[in-house]
Write a new protein. Structure first.
Length: 90
C-alpha cells in the first residue's frame, strides 16, 4: 500500500475510534451527583432510594423523581430543584 493512501486511511480510522468513544461515554452519570448533593443539603442522606429517584430525573421522569424524593423526606421545593438538576446537563 502506498503511503499517500495509507495516511488518510489511518487518520479516518483514528477519527472514528475517538468519535465513538465520545458517544459511548456516559453523560447521565454527571447529573446524578448534582441531584444527590442538593438532597444532602436538605439534611436527607444520599441512599440507594435517592440515587434511584435522581436516575428517574435523568431519564426525564420528573414527577416520579419528585415523588420518590419527597417520599424519603426531601421537602417539595428542594425535590423539584434536585430533579431539575438531574434532568438538565451541567
Amino acid at each position: 500500500m502506498r503511503t499517500s493512501t495509507l495516511v488518510p486511511g489511518v487518520l479516518t480510522g483514528l477519527a472514528l475510534v475517538l468519535g465513538g468513544a465520545a458517544f459511548a461515554a456516559p453523560t447521565a452519570q454527571a447529573d446524578i451527583p448534582a441531584c444527590t448533593n442538593m438532597v444532602q443539603q436538605t439534611g436527607v442522606a444520599a441512599s440507594a432510594a435517592v440515587t434511584a429517584a435522581c436516575t428517574q430525573g435523568v431519564h426525564g421522569d420528573l414527577q416520579g423523581c419528585v415523588a420518590a424524593l419527597t417520599g424519603v423526606g426531601v421537602p417539595g421545593g428542594a425535590a423539584t430543584g434536585a430533579c431539575r438538576l438531574a434532568a438538565n446537563p451541567p
